[in-house]
Design a protein around this ligand. Structure first.
Ligand SMILES: Cc1ncc(COP(=O)(O)O)c(C=O)c1O
Length: 393
């Protein structure tokens, strides 16, 4: 799939119908895609409990669809807890993965019923002394993936060599450490970093010389599973195979969990925006959309992703064109240096693979509202009977 493609005008019809019904711009969430992705990942990671990382797409209908599939949830904030509360999710199926928390954050999570937390340093561990009878912790270890889009181990995770010392400190404080966690970084190009981290953590499980080692029974392999933005046919099972192989060396009593976000949410959403103006500037025609990098395309800035974009036109001739967002900021450009067909004001532009870290990082710069979310929901077995659910972003 190229980043940019031109489809026949007739292909615009379903998107036009949505815009006529719900307005523009829109983010259209297909809950069926989310379900299919969840099932595909679960098949690719057999026996591993999946905790969906809410941060990637904090959208109620997405959470409800995943909860119905049996997903667990990775929460990082009280706001995410409130989202889960609103869909009646089971608190026992959650972990709190933010390595840095205020006391209030811990209390909010415990009040909700979440009892497993991630820590990565001694100050954070000490915060749990007051809650040692009700909370247990995972120790997050830093392993830096070399080929990731977003390196998270720069900001979080303790040095692997500090694990024995942290376990000793936890034992002194009377805090139960139930396992280790890592996140190799988001959008991994391959699974080498996961495999390396899985292997590096193995030594700590079953090492009777470590303080509290008898409690270690969870390995959390984090997120980082990639989405297929380029459309070159990323094989999820193939990506996960070496990870599963590396996990075979773990004792049977160790529960393996993962915190996937992007791999589930990215393909589940498309954006629909409308050309609201155009101008000839230099050699190029600029088309101004009602959505841009401060809205649904925010991931181009924050998440370093170039989303596949489609316009609809029967004319074959193309010339230099730019797709720009609606704000007054000059960085608000969605696509440039591209050969575009002549678009009209009112034409639609559709972005694909826009579920992960798009709505999540969209803002209301210039007081322009975020795109409205329309959730299309139908159980996988009942895809004929598609119903539309509306949600305000
Ligand atoms: C702690 C944690 N878990 C899971 C995720 C989800 O990662 P991904 O979207 O790469 O699967 C993130 C992303 O930032 C994270 O910080």
């Amino acid at each position: 799939m190229n980043r940019f493609s031109i489809a026949d005008k007739a292909a615009e019809t379903p998107f036009r119908e949505l815009v006529e019904q719900y307005g523009s711009p829109l983010l259209v969430l297909d809950c069926n895609v989310l379900r299919q992705r969840y099932r595909a990942l679960q098949d690719a990671l057999p026996g591993i409990s999946l905790f969906y990382a809410i941060k990637s797409l904090p959208e109620r209908s997405a959470l409800a669809a995943l909860a119905a599939e049996g997903a667990n949830f990775d929460i990082a904030t009280t706001g995410e807890i409130e989202l889960l509360r609103s869909i009646g999710a089971d608190p026992a199926a959650t972990i709190h993965t933010h390595p840095i928390k205020r006391d209030r954050d811990i209390r909010d999570a415990l009040d909700f019923g979440c009892t497993t937390f991630v820590v990565d340093n001694i100050d954070e561990l000490a915060k749990f002394e007051a809650y040692r009878s009700s909370a247990r912790v995972l120790l997050r270890v830093s392993f830096r993936g070399k080929e990731v889009k977003s390196d998270l181990s720069r900001k979080f995770g303790c040095d692997p060599r500090d694990v024995p010392w942290m376990l000793t400190q936890a034992a002194v404080l009377g805090i139960e450490v139930v396992g280790l966690s890592f996140h190799v970084g988001s959008q991994s190009a391959n699974s080498e970093a996961h495999v390396e981290a899985v292997r590096a953590c193995r030594d700590y499980f079953g090492d009777a010389t470590l303080a509290g080692s008898e409690h270690l029974r969870i390995l959390d392999i984090g997120g980082g599973f990639p989405a297929d933005y380029s459309g070159h046919g990323l094989d999820l099972a193939e990506f996960c195979r070496p990870i599963n192989e590396a996990l075979e060396s773990y004792p049977e009593h160790v529960r393996i969990i993962a915190e996937p976000g992007r791999v589930l949410s990215a393909p589940s959403m498309r954006s629909i925006s409308t050309v609201i103006g155009r101008a000839r500037r230099g050699d190029a025609t600029w088309y101004y959309l009602d959505d841009g990098v401060y809205g649904a395309y925010s991931g181009q800035i924050f998440d370093h992703v170039q989303y596949p974009i489609t316009v609809f036109c029967d004319a074959k001739s193309v010339s230099a064109g730019v797709l720009a967002g609606p704000t007054c900021d000059s960085i608000d450009v969605v696509l440039e240096d591209e050969q575009l067909p002549a678009l009209e004001i009112g034409d639609l532009v559709v972005g694909a693979m826009m579920g992960a870290y798009t709505l999540a990082s969209a803002s209301e710069f210039n007081s322009i509202p975020k795109p409205r979310v329309v959730a299309i929901d139908a159980p996988v077995q009942d895809s004929e009977n598609v119903s539309l659910l509306l949600a305000e972003a």
